[in-house]
Design a protein. Sequence first.
Lengths: 323, 264
Amino acid sequence: MTGPSSGDADRASGAAGSVRSEQVPGDIAFHPDGRERKTWTSDLSVAEAAAVRRVGMIPKGFVMGTAVMQLAALGGQAFGQWGGLAGPQLGVGGGFSESYPCAHSYSLGGSVGFGGNVGPNQEHYGFSIEDTVLAASLTEGYRLALERLHDEAIQLGAHGVVGVALFFENLVGSTGTATFFARGTAVVHGGTAPLPSPFLTNASGQHFERLIALGYVPSAMAVGVGSVYVQPNCQARGDFTVPGVNRQIPAAISVARSRARAALAAMAHRMGEGVVHTEWTDRRVSRYAESWDQLAVAVGTAVRRYSAEALPVNPRPVLPLRP
Amino acid sequence: MEAALAGLRRPFVPGDQTTFLSDLTVGELVLLEEIGYRPVDIVSGVGTASWNPQFTTAATEGNMWGRAIATAIDHARSGILEELRSRQADGVVAMRFELERERANLLTCTMLGTAVRSPHRQPADGQPFATTLTARDFHLLVRAGYEPTGIVIGVSVVGFAARSVSQSLGLARDNVELGDQTTALYAAREKAMEMMEHEAGELGADGVVEVQLQERPVNALLTHAVEFIAVGTAVRRAAPGHQALGPEFQLTLDDPPDVTFRDG
């Protein structure tokens, strides 16, 4: 995810065919921060900087990577109005998809009630379908931001970047766009030759110090994204006339989480023995009418064990006496 | 640090290594490794249910309403336990437990946390545990000689009589207790705690810690009820029994926080 070498592989591992390479902003001639730096800068707190210094590293400079993306998504608005008609065909394209018929008895295709004999009631019909296009779009935005942050760290001759904040928000552009940010503080270890690829971690300075003491070293950031488009049926919309256990919402959340977890694991497996500090976000992105995209995003630090001898910590219980 | 950087200099060849996933901070990871637990994977569970308020009011127990809430939480709990079994994990810690209310009476319960495993744990029933405890509290619990047995819940909805218009107007001038509503709250609390204790008993627990309560009066047209939800972690004494932690008293020399520039 982080280095130029891993970028192509990550792009390839995203949802197939969803991001065309000629449209990827990564191909734009991009010049990261080329100014001459007169002094070091850092977004570390004093306590974080002290922790980083305790393990022999010093801040080298504040680094950032950003990318403004047009987000692609599956189906566009057409799903909301007409998706019900496609019910029996769902799942043809592969991936998760499920249809949820109307929970009222009069739309089961029987003879009771208006519309009973002409197929599912369009208004009450629901379905969920995995949105690999949106997931790939988001993964690409994260990748670009991290890659550019990584490039700045290389320019500075840094050994790594600590306290990386990786997120997206809608700052520039209109609906359907997102601005991805990655920012943190590049650090160096005096007298040591640069690494082939600086490490990245979202751990704070203090957590970085503890990680090293535990025998682990961060290698890179890992990201996993999962997305499921949900067109709710009457029950999932909260229609009070059909109470009971609902399957559509749990299934959408579970599948989005499972995809994010699998993508995180696949990326981490190429870079280390585990992932710590995973910041997990479940989010609903509104789509046409009552539909939404159920998103799950996992961002963490891949770590490698460099020593089996962890320093004993043995924390001492204390009870502060407050004045 | 030289050794750590040298580790990064060596080419990493992905092989058959088992990559663990965790949403633990490094501090939490340290606390768990100290008591012999290692992260395995991130696990989750989700449950959703809705209910019809049934125009719940006096002498009407919101059984269907209460059962729906309990079902949503139970489905999430069952889901996360199922994932724990599939990964041969001992339990889940530092779990996010969220109850989200949506339109109408739709409640979604989500759980997400890090599955952990210990080579030393030998539970009598061989079942994994779920807990609402943070990694720090789990560390303290284990060091104090206890072990979690599972998440336990209690849910109850009890209706109460609506005040008539004349009552409302009449009572507005008086400083009196609304007995029906106080009684309903007591009844809801009793029933919820009874359910929680029953669940703890079935898990063979000695007690329940960190019980979190959520009570919500619902006053709407033809619906007057109080909803009471209790969620906690059932625990039992491990074989060696209670271990005194002997905390050290600490008197900080810091000044109180400066309140001059508080927001707002």
